[in-house]
Design a protein around this ligand. Structure first.
Ligand SMILES: *[C@@H]1O[C@H](CO)[C@@H](O)[C@H](O)[C@H]1NC(C)=O
Ligand SMILES: *[C@@H]1O[C@H](CO)[C@@H](O)[C@H](O)[C@H]1NC(C)=O
Ligand SMILES: *[C@@H]1O[C@H](CO)[C@@H](O)[C@H](O)[C@H]1NC(C)=O
Ligand SMILES: *[C@@H]1O[C@H](CO)[C@@H](O)[C@H](O)[C@H]1NC(C)=O
Ligand SMILES: *[C@@H]1O[C@H](CO)[C@@H](O)[C@H](O)[C@H]1NC(C)=O
Ligand SMILES: *[C@@H]1O[C@H](CO)[C@@H](O)[C@H](O)[C@H]1NC(C)=O
Ligand SMILES: *[C@@H]1O[C@H](CO)[C@@H](O)[C@H](O)[C@H]1NC(C)=O
Ligand SMILES: *[C@@H]1O[C@H](CO)[C@@H](O)[C@H](O)[C@H]1NC(C)=O
Length: 854
């Protein structure tokens, strides 16, 4: 009945589509009319070929982005006299007729970017005449670039109110001819594309001096820049160069007119000739000299950004040398590649940090550079260099306050935010500890992927007020093991992604999270965690949001029950198959305790949708606990192994679960099979019968049952082993299984293809294997993938895919057997391999492989 209804509605849809297409074709009405909300009309991407004339006349905002309106005819908007905002970007405009904007006296915002307009057409000269109230105009990224000789723009001088203009920089003559001098309210100009190759003293001569912001984006190769280019812009406060294809030293010449003046922001991002080499560009290496920085150093700058400029090194008195250091509030030098603390730089950096009395934000992220410091002085500059290493060291000791192998660094007193993410430098080649002093204002610290020769001991001397710490990518053992850490003690938000916490929790157990007593938001995703000790969170009473995505949890850890303030739990992308009654009750109570709020993230888990788990599915749709997926649509595996969704299962609940318990025939089959195996195997052992035949019979018989289960395996056996048992695996184990027993084997070095995600490849191979053998040797525990493979195997075993997990130990001490196995000891078969290769071991393995499931 339902199916018929569906078909019927499908047909109705088809008819509707058919009519629709015809109507569009004949341009009678539009199927997809504009959406009008209040006085805002949204006609974005409606396939319109002309300005609609049926909208309410009082609309003030009209969005026509991404349509196909090639020509704006005269009086196109005469109906909409109240329009304040009009967007015509990406509509394929080629021509605007002279009176197209007639009557738009109230328009304040017009954007025409990314079109193909021929603005040099003489009939367009007066198109802007009616727009007397316009404040913002965007005519940038216009693809129709005329020959330089004929470049012209309509007259801009009519728009006396204009304060923000975005355009392409085609020719300096435009400023002279098109009335730019009359734009007395113009504050900001954005050159979204620059096509000229020279910037001269005359280029901006005709721009108004009211300009406060100039932005250059995406320039063609600029080969020459004269120092007085920006001289006419006496009120400039913001200068931004972004993807500016020019030598850095040329671009820095632009700053000459601002010596001894104040500027709020100077940004030079991707200023490098390398950036015009197309998408795969390599910035050319720049060594900053004092000469290059001579103008920049003399400006009082609030915010300085020098990002991705290809800087690889600097000379004395350049990057760390300013005349007005007290002006800085923010310095961003990320994505370059220069060293900051060897030779003279240490002293300069130190001197500068003392003078940055107003600095609030410092960012030196993505500075990938690894070198071994020689601690020798390479530059000879009178007051900041030291001729011998010995003297140097002494001066350094005084400056850096090196006592007892600890460097005490004083942060600028007002510093609130410090980012040293992806900072890869070996600073000093010994065991110095870095200790940060004077940090009482520091609130935000990002040290993700900080690769130093060792992580600095972030022992803040007095006390810390840091609220946010990002330690992504740093080995968690380094900070968990420290006793006293004010930095982590005060933190409210702590990000510990990819910090190998799985291993750390194993080692430090319940004390792992004691270092962060005041945390409210904790991110421990991507850490291969499958287990958290029961009292692990006893010190984290304030925790309200816990992010545990991309781990290996098969259940919601019971240790969370001590977190009474928890209201948001992210369990996405784990291995949850169900949530049992205990945890469901806790979730319900938690919701009540927190005024009816509790959000649980479950996407990326595959739940079990069989008779055993029907009560969980029912709970999911009855509870008031909120889920990340509002429709509660999660993947779920039916008992015949088909993947379905929880929503479908819930809708068909009674059909699916009505015959729970009537699956006895399968049981009978399994019992028979067990009896068969139990009978045949001992017989076979006793007379050392031909294993292949036994296995063949066994397999054929088994496929009868398995056909019903629709299981396909590529491999019979997946073998996990460490390097030190590699020879035995390759020379004895694999040949025996493959050649003598004729079973397909998957071994990592041979069968798992390089490329892609290795974890994913392992997961797929294991899913496609009938059995898993772990060959445990002394090196096994230290292998990168050991924990992952064990967890995967356990998961496959529990989902019923895997038949046997067999562990072969080869002269291994008990300490080197991964403890992970302990948690499912009863599900594995354990073979202690005899010292000499005897038949005894092989027989045991045969039995183990061919035995029926427990
Ligand atoms: C541009 O101005 C600079 C600085 O005053 C001057 O040195 C240079 O000669 C000028 N260029 C031209 C072409 O006049
Ligand atoms: C900047 O000020 C210094 C000292 O006050 C002076 O010597 C220098 O000439 C000034 N520079 C400019 C470009 O005005
Ligand atoms: C250096 O350490 C020693 C003992 O470890 C201690 O006696 C001395 O006071 C320390 N010196 C400083 C300057 O902290
Ligand atoms: C660094 O410390 C380790 C052990 O703590 C020590 O073996 C090594 O010699 C030290 N290196 C230097 C340069 O002090
Ligand atoms: C933490 O650092 C990582 C790596 O730099 C970054 O991807 C992530 O967005 C940061 N997290 C937060 C919350 O800032
Ligand atoms: C953090 O918690 C500890 C108690 O564990 C407390 O003594 C300390 O004052 C707290 N710090 C902040 C900044 O709240
Ligand atoms: C329920 O699951 C938790 C972990 O999520 C487990 O610790 C507990 O033993 C389970 N309770 C029952 C009754 O199985
Ligand atoms: C598994 O069972 C579901 C519902 O009982 C059914 O819709 C689906 O077709 C079955 N899949 C297979 C492969 O038998």
């Amino acid at each position: 009945m339902q199916i018929m209804q569906n078909e019927q509605s499908d047909r109705t849809m088809d008819i509707y589509m058919f009519i629709c297409i015809h109507i569009v074709f004949f341009n009678v009405i539009n199927c997809n009319p504009c959406e009008v909300k209040g006085t805002t009309a949204n006609c974005r991407d409606r396939g319109l070929t002309k300005v609609p004339d049926d909208l309410p006349i009082d609309i003030t905002t009209l969005n026509l982005i991404q349509n196909r309106i090639a020509v704006l005819p005269n009086y196109a908007f005469s109906r909409y006299k109240h329009l304040k905002e009009l967007q015509l970007d990406k509509t394929g405009l080629t021509l605007i007729q002279k009176d197209a904007f007639y009557g738009m006296k109230q328009l304040s915002n017009l954007s025409l970017s990314k079109n193909k307009m021929d603005l040099s057409n003489s009939s367009s000269a007066d198109i802007f005449k009616p727009l007397t109230s316009l404040l913002e105009l965007d005519i940038s990224e216009n693809d129709n670039i005329p020959e330089v000789a004929s470049i012209s723009y309509p007259f801009f001088g009519y728009m006396k109110q204009l304060s923000k203009l975005s355009m392409d920089l085609l020719s300096e003559r435009v400023f002279e001819q098109c009335g730019f001098g009359e734009l007395v309210n113009l504050k900001a100009i954005y050159f979204n594309r620059c096509y000229i190759d020279h910037l001269t003293n005359k280029t901006f001569l005709h721009l108004t001096s009211t300009l406060e912001e100039v932005h250059f984006y995406n320039s063609k190769h600029i080969t020459d820049i004269e120092s007085n280019t920006l001289r006419p812009l006496v009120n400039l406060k913001v200068l931004r160069l972004y993807k500016f294809c020019s030598r850095l030293d040329l671009a820095l010449k632009l700053l000459y007119p601002y010596e001894n003046k104040s500027i709020s922001m100077i940004e030079f991002t991707e200023v490098n000739p390398g950036i015009c080499d197309g998408p795969l560009h390599f910035p050319s290496a720049v060594i900053v000299t004092q000469e290059m920085f001579k103008h920049l150093q003399k400006i009082c700058i609030k915010e300085l950004i020098l990002m991705e400029d290809g800087i690889v090194d600097f000379e004395p008195k350049s990057i760390l040398w300013y005349e007005f250091p007290e002006c800085f509030e923010s310095i961003i030098l990320s994505k370059n590649r220069f060293p900051v603390a060897n030779g003279f730089k240490t002293a300069e950096l130190l001197m500068l940090t003392r003078k940055l009395v107003n600095l609030k934000y410092f960012d030196l992220s993505y500075n990938p550079l690894s070198y071994d410091n020689t601690e020798s002085c390479t530059f000879n500059v009178n007051d900041s260099c030291y001729t011998t290493n010995h003297e140097h060291a002494e001066k350094l000791n005084n400056d850096w306050n090196i006592r007892n192998r600890t460097i005490y660094i004083s942060l600028p007193p007002k510093l609130e935010k410090l980012r040293l993410s992806n900072f890869l430098q070996k600073i000093i080649n010994n065991n110095l500890t870095v200790s940060i002093q004077n940090s009482s204002n520091l609130k935000y610290l990002d040290l993700s992927y900080f690769l130093y020769n060792s992580i600095p001991d972030l022992m803040f001397l007095h006390h810390s007020n840091v609220v946010f710490v990002n330690l992504t990518g740093i080995d968690s053992r380094l900070f968990v093991s420290r006793k006293h850490q004010p930095l982590l003690e005060s933190a409210r938000t702590v990000i510990l992604k990819q910090t190998q916490l799985g291993r750390t929790i194993y080692k430090f157990g319940e004390s792992t999270f004691q270092a962060i007593p005041n945390v409210t938001t904790l991110d421990i995703s991507s850490n291969n965690i499958w287990y958290i000790p029961i009292k692990a969170f006893s010190a984290n009473k304030q925790l309200s949001e816990l992010i545990m995505t991309y781990n290996l949890f098969a259940e919601i850890p019971i240790s969370l029950m001590s977190l009474s303030k928890l209201v948001h739990l992210h369990m996405e992308y784990n291995m949850l198959q169900t949530i049992n009654q205990t945890m469901r009750t806790w979730l319900e109570n938690q919701r009540i305790r927190n005024n009816g709020n509790f959000v649980l993230g479950l996407t990326g888990n595959v739940f079990k949708c069989d008779c055993d788990n029907s009560d969980f599915i029912r709970w999911m749709f009855e509870t008031n606990v909120e889920f990340d997926n509002k429709k509660k649509k999660y993947k779920c595996r039916l008992k015949n192994r088909t993947i379905s969704t929880t929503v479908r299962v819930h809708n068909e609940f009674h059909q699916l679960f009505s015959n729970c318990g009537s699956q006895y025939w399968l049981l009978v089959g399994i019992v028979l099979l067990s009896v068969f195996t139990v009978l045949t195997i001992p017989v076979a052992i006793i007379i050392n019968f031909r294993w292949r035949i036994v296995y063949w019979i066994y397999r054929e018989f088994k496929t009868v049952v398995q056909k019903r289960l629709k299981q396909d395996f590529c491999y019979e056996v997946y073998i996990s082993y460490a390097r030190d048992s590699g020879n035995w695996v390759k020379d004895s184990l694999v040949p025996k299984i493959e050649n003598c027993w004729k079973m397909a084997v998957c071994v990592e070095d041979r069968d798992i293809l390089a490329g892609g995600s290795f974890a994913e490849a392992i997961a797929v191979s294991m899913e496609n294997s009938r059995n898993v053998i772990f060959v445990i040797s002394d090196g096994f525990k230290e292998r990168t993938w050991t924990s992952y493979e064990i967890e995967r195997a356990k998961y496959e075993k529990y989902t019923g895919h895997l038949h046997h997990i067999i562990i072969i130990t080869k002269q291994v001490s008990v300490d080197n057997i991964p403890t992970e196995f302990a948690r499912f000891w009863k599900d594995v078969m354990f073979i202690e391999w005899p010292e000499e290769d005897s038949d005894f071991g092989w027989d045991k393995l045969k039995i183990a492989l061919f035995q029926q499931d427990k």
